[in-house]
Design a binder for this molecule. Structure first.
Ligand code: NAD
Length: 354
């Protein structure tokens, strides 16, 4: 398969494939850009319908990591890995060790961490074969898992979005609709309920749904969540939650959630803007986990990490203000700001180029 023929190819520096018969590992690692540092990004395991789907995903996700780390001010580039397979069925220690070996072949140009379908325990198995894995140090708060800090960043981002769009200073009484209550969605539910918000949640996984209900969320059908009359739609499942079909049903004034690649394509950002829906760009609002991963990489104090995550509020407020001033979609503004940090030749934002 030729990565540079994929519609999602964006001058990626390196894309490598591995199909290993003995362990059953079928995986792709994509390194998008290393101008600011090594390409850091999670390893996702998912039962992709085809290798083409997996390639699309890893190309888009690795590009998103470059923009995410740049805008969060981190000395890291963007990369991602995907394993094609069902984590509930196909994951074996042998397969995970082979993945560790695969990561090791890149000599630290790509550094891995948890993502959807992989856990701290899985990464520890990969780490038997490579030193280029983060998020596994159990001495850390939350045992190295970045999900609680990702959720904290999303919570801060929802506050900033609500302040900008609804003119409120806190989330008490606000109604948030969460699509997907896995690792990130659970922690987000907890933070929102503690803040006095009302949470409606959906998921295709019954046990995750039951956990969310125990935390105080109201359960909603997967098909109905998008059409709820709520204040914030928070996509926390897979990508493309905002697509040609869902955008027509969406009535909530804010989209602010943790999933990567929430827009099926970039034009949906402009469509949201035209409908008066404020979109908190995914790679800005969900940077809490990578900020924590970077802290682990640099061995910096935890207090610094929390302060940096809270900086997501200011970054989003700046993006929202520029978006209003320049009548430009928030995702376009955010991409321009990020590009100024990782690409020397990026166009200056405040010219007429936005
Ligand atoms: P997860 O696998 O733990 O949770 C995802 C949840 O979404 C699962 O409960 C799954 O059953 C559910 N889901 C899948 N399809 C659904 C659908 N159609 N409708 C409703 N629910 C559905 O993954 P996670 O770690 O919570 O990550 C969630 C999203 O956030 C992913 O897009 C991930 O890439 C992104 N993200 C995660 C982190 C992190 O720190 N974990 C950081 C940044 C971004």
């Amino acid at each position: 398969m030729n990565a540079n023929q994929s519609p999602s190819f964006d001058n990626h520096e390196q894309v490598v494939f591995l199909n290993d018969q003995s362990s059953g590992l079928n995986a792709i690692i994509a390194i998008h850009n290393t101008n600011l540092g090594p390409a850091v990004g999670g390893c996702r395991m998912y039962p992709y319908a085809s290798e083409e789907h997996a390639l699309e995903d890893v190309l888009r996700l690795s590009r998103g990591m470059t923009y995410k780390s740049a805008l969060a001010g981190l000395p890291m580039g963007g990369g991602k890995a995907v394993i094609i397979g069902d984590p509930k069925v196909d994951k074996t220690p042998q397969l995970l060790r082979k993945m560790g070996e695969f990561i090791d072949t890149l000599n630290g140009r790509y550094v891995s961490a948890e993502d959807s379908g992989t856990s701290v325990a899985d990464l520890k198995i990969m780490a038997i074969e490579t030193a280029h894995v983060l998020g596994i140090n159990e001495q850390q708060e939350f045992g190295g898992d970045p999900s609680p800090l990702t959720a904290y960043g999303i919570y801060c981002g929802i506050e900033a979005s609500a302040a900008h769009r609804l003119g409120v200073q806190n989330l008490e009484g606000a109604h948030i609709a969460i699509q997907g209550v896995g690792a990130v969605g659970q922690y987000l539910t907890k933070l929102l309920i503690q803040a006095g918000a009302r949470v409606s949640a959906c998921d295709i996984n019954l046990s995750n749904l039951e956990n969310a209900e125990r935390l105080g969320a109201q359960i909603v059908d997967v098909d109905k969540i998008i059409a709820l009359e709520a204040d914030v739609f928070a996509p926390c499942a897979m990508g493309a939650a905002i697509n040609d079909e869902s955008i027509l049903k969406l009535n909530m004034p804010i989209v602010a959630g943790g999933a990567n690649n929430q827009l099926s394509n970039a034009e949906h950002g402009e469509k949201l803007r035209q409908r008066g829906i404020l979109y908190a760009p995914d790679f800005v609002i969900n940077a809490g986990g990578i900020i924590e991963i970077c802290r682990q990489f640099q061995d910096a104090p935890a207090s610094e990490c929390k302060r940096n995550i809270e900086g997501i509020r200011d970054t989003l407020s700046e993006i929202f203000d520029i978006s209003d001033q320049r009548v430009c979609a928030t995702n376009t503004v955010a991409e321009r700001l990020a590009a100024q940090r990782f690409m020397i030749e990026a166009k200056p934002l405040m010219s007429n180029a936005v």
